[in-house]
Write a protein of this length. Structure first.
Length: 306
């Protein structure tokens, strides 16, 4: 029996609740082979479109109070967790399995002095004109930035995770043989203030959060599932090259040579490197439909310690 942390990319969740439920049924089918072999599994998922949708709904409502961003993150964890639980419950019953699955609304500790708070970069919510963005900034105090020529959006900080507050609960459920959904959307960012935890406006990258969860539960492998089957050099170029097995030090060199994009593959690679560097255990980047083959060294990119 092995212990896996699986990080699901946004492509696995769709753009609305109906599409999300349909896609998650496919996720359950793809990941069931890991579960039927009695492995321990923690699922971490993204929430970018979903938390932005929730935040926007409150901002545009004239009859509900403004909702802090941390609470919006908690709401997204709840409803995405419900959809994942539901999809896996139905799959497990179809397979006559009595395995249980539970979602933990997860707080993730960050450092309020993290340099990310000095330069918010994570876009959320709708696009606005420059004039609209300036008005929103003045009215609500939001940081607004232009996003790839498409308009202006609110941006929040993306600090690195330090600790998982509910780690004991995650480990307890794993010991009981349950599948666990945790740190959804990277977790709800919290800081200590006057020796108390409080939520803060930020978005933690779910791949970094996955690496932290994997480290804490002593996972055998961190698996990041994404839209592509492997990590590539010169992606979509005539000289494209797939990486099958690569060491941490080789990746460090490739990052210095600027081979990977910040908004795409780079955070996934850095999260895998962090886990593998700290634990000396392998990590994988693969597509959802290749998850089982990747674990059997037949697909995906494997990152190893050297």
């Amino acid at each position: 029996m092995n212990k896996y942390v699986i990080s699901l990319g946004g492509n696995a969740l769709g753009n609305n609740p109906v599409e999300q439920k349909q896609l998650l049924a496919k996720v359950a089918d793809a990941l069931y082979p890991l579960i039927k072999n009695n492995n321990s599994v923690v699922i971490v998922h993204g929430n970018g479109p979903q938390v932005g949708m929730i935040n926007l709904a409150f901002n545009e409502s004239r009859s509900t109070p403004e909702m802090p961003f941390a609470e919006c993150g908690a709401m997204s964890q709840g409803y995405i967790g419900f959809h994942i639980q539901n999809a896996f419950y139905n799959k497990l019953r179809t397979e006559s399995s009595n395995k249980k699955i539970t979602t933990i609304v997860t707080q993730v500790l960050v450092d309020e002095k993290d340099e990310a708070f000095n330069d918010p970069t994570k876009p959320i919510g709708s696009f606005y004109t420059k004039q609209e963005a300036e008005q929103i900034s003045q009215k609500r105090g939001y940081a607004m930035k232009e996003d790839a020529g498409r308009g202006y959006r609110r941006v929040v900080a993306s600090p690195k995770p330090i600790d998982i507050i509910e780690k004991e609960g995650i480990n307890y459920l794993l010991e009981k043989g349950e599948i666990v959904i945790a740190a959804g959307g990277g977790g709800i960012p919290v800081i200590y203030q006057d020796n108390k935890l409080i939520g803060i406006d930020a978005v933690i990258d779910k791949d970094y959060a996955s690496a932290k969860v994997a480290e804490i539960i002593d996972a055998d492998t961190l698996i990041i599932l994404t839209a592509v089957d492997k990590v590539y050099l010169n992606y979509n170029q005539p000289n494209e090259k797939a990486l099958d097995v690569v060491t941490v030090s080789e990746l460090e060199k490739l990052i210095k040579e600027d081979h990977f994009k910040k908004g795409s593959m780079l955070p996934k690679i850095e999260a895998c490197m962090e886990f593998t560097r700290k634990t000396k255990k392998p990590s994988l980047i693969a597509s959802l439909d290749q998850a089982e083959r990747a674990i059997n060294n037949q697909a995906g990119t494997k990152i190893i310690y050297d």
